[in-house]
Design a protein around this ligand. Structure first.
Ligand code: SF4
Length: 504
């Protein structure tokens, strides 16, 4: 018997690295930030932090773990004031140090400043080298600290000028919150890779507080009103004098992350002005049009495959069945039996309902395939309970290239679709057929008629300078999300599809 530790339990997906939430002008700012982060927990589960301000001092608490376990009432009581920003982070395999948890706090010539960042800078390594050469001492290995040093070094007279200065020197993706003793800044990069939205909370007495969040689902929890997106290239400064909008950077071609609609964001959020659930259902409908099949039931891989499966079922008129049940209470360590159990790992997370699946021709709908190893186990599991046929349908195009804009991805070599055709992948999965939604259909599903979305992980064509991407590959942030457990089953890189027999 051995205890196995799982970093990312049987979850062969890209992962968002962060969620941010900000509050201005509420007597319980830290409590609201806690609730906001709670709603954004899916954007990062490894560490979280809140910085609050009472107008004179900044107070901080950061820790490893999930929001609920970190922010006990006694901790929140130590975070007074009416301003707060919070951050939740999905850290990476070699990069779990508490020192990289955010928000980052500094005391510089611009005063005390805290920063929370969602996204990744593509020229951070170069800037770090330059800044270290000039004497800057870095406390963390996160790219966010580059922004902090550039703000501190700016000659601008005020903080908004310094933030603009700093951000005009970096390249890549950032949705950023900055807190001072009496101001909250919300900033989005000029290409608008990651979402950031403004909301308003009106208390029964008519008292108004301003909120900023990665996703609108955080506003829903607080009964707050969604006002608008922070625009790409916009810095919103919230102070006692009200809201000021500053356009700090020249306009650039928009590159909103299309994968937010495919997988990252919660389906109950409005992202880039569009309902995520609508996009996902539409993806399922288009998938059914592009890859129809004679089958008896449509089964989603829960939870993320559900809306697309609903769309597929509606379009194809094949009945929708919840044939796989997800265990939502999966932990990080397990006692592994000494006798090998087939598909042990994936069964911790998903279990098929034999009564629904036995003797049926199944359309299995998921949102993406990254390495393919988990999908393969799911197909095998569905066959083991008696499915007559298994047809895999994926509600995005083949993922062939890593992301450098704030998403945790394996290397290109580890992505099964980077070096295998859909036919080869189908064989590897042991499925009867495999169909991916096409890129034009994906664009249609998010109503992208003007090319406003980034699709680099499907095309391998990147909108920013790639000079430093090799550095990023080696950096601690460039994690492989393979499980660090002892059974060896989930370690995808070693498991290549070419030698796999088609299972009957
Ligand atoms: Fe999103 Fe993919 Fe672009 Fe990254 S590369 S920002 S995951 S669409």
């Amino acid at each position: 018997m051995s205890v196995i530790t799982i970093t990312n339990p049987f979850d062969d997906h890209f992962h968002d690295e962060c969620g941010v939430f900000g509050v201005f002008g509420h007597p319980e700012a830290a409590n609201l930030a806690y609730l906001g982060l709670y709603a954004l927990q899916h954007r990062g589960q490894e560490s979280a932090g809140i910085v609050s301000s009472d107008g004179k001092e900044l107070y901080v608490h950061r820790a490893m773990g999930e929001v609920e376990e970190i922010f006990q009432p006694s901790v929140l009581a130590q975070l007074p004031g009416s301003l707060a920003i919070g951050h939740t982070r999905y850290s990476t395999a070699g990069d779990k140090a508490l020192l990289n948890a955010q928000p980052i706090m500094i005391d510089c010539n611009k005063g005390k400043v805290a920063l929370g960042h969602n996204g990744n800078l593509t020229n951070a390594a170069e800037w770090r080298r330059r800044l270290e050469h000039r004497g800057s001492i870095f406390q963390t290995n996160s790219d966010t600290e580059v922004i902090v040093h550039l703000i501190a070094r700016s000659q601008a007279r005020n903080l908004s000028g310094a933030i603009g200065d700093a951000l005009n020197q970096v390249e890549g993706a950032y949705s950023l919150l900055v807190l001072t003793q009496d101001e909250l800044y919300a900033v989005r990069d000029p290409r608008g890779f990651r979402p950031l939205v403004l909301g308003k909370l009106t208390t029964p007495g008519g008292f108004v507080s301003w909120l900023v969040a990665s996703e609108t689902c955080a506003f829903d929890l607080l009964n707050a009103q969604y006002i608008r997106e922070i625009e790409p290239g916009e810095m919103v400064r919230i102070s006692k004098s009200g809201i000021e909008s500053i356009h700090f950077a020249p306009e650039k071609q928009l590159q909103q992350c299309i994968f937010e609609h495919v997988y990252f964001s919660r389906p109950d959020s409005i992202i880039f002005g569009r309902s995520v659930n609508e996009s996902r259902e539409m993806l399922g409908r288009l998938l059914a049009q592009e890859h129809p099949v004679d089958a008896d039931i449509v089964v989603p891989v829960p939870d993320s495959g559900v809306p697309a499966a609903v769309g597929y079922a509606l379009e194809s008129k094949i009945p929708f069945r919840m044939g796989l049940i997800r265990n939502h209470y999966i932990g990080r360590t397990f006692i592994e039996p000494s006798q090998a159990i087939r598909n042990f790992g994936v069964k911790l997370k998903l279990n098929p309902i034999r009564g629904l699946i036995e003797g049926q021709r199944v359309v299995l709908v998921d949102d993406s395939i990254v390495r393919g190893t988990t999908s393969r186990k799911i197909v095998r599991m569905v066959r083991e309970v008696g499915a007559k046929e298994v047809h895999v349908r994926i509600s995005c195009p083949p993922t062939i290239s890593p992301c450098y804009y704030g998403v945790d991805t394996p290397t290109r070599e580890e992505l099964i679709a980077s070096s295998n055709s859909p036919e080869e992948i189908c064989k590897f999965l042991g499925a009867d057929s495999l169909g991916y939604v096409s890129l034009p259909a994906l664009r249609r599903a998010v109503s992208d008629t003007e090319g406003k979305f980034c699709t680099s992980c499907y095309t391998g064509v990147y909108p920013t300078d790639l000079v430093q991407l090799e550095v990023r590959k080696c950096a601690p942030n460039a994690k492989s999300d393979e499980a660090t457990h002892g059974n060896g089953n989930e370690s995808a890189p070693a498991e290549r599809p070419v030698v796999v027999e088609h299972e009957s």
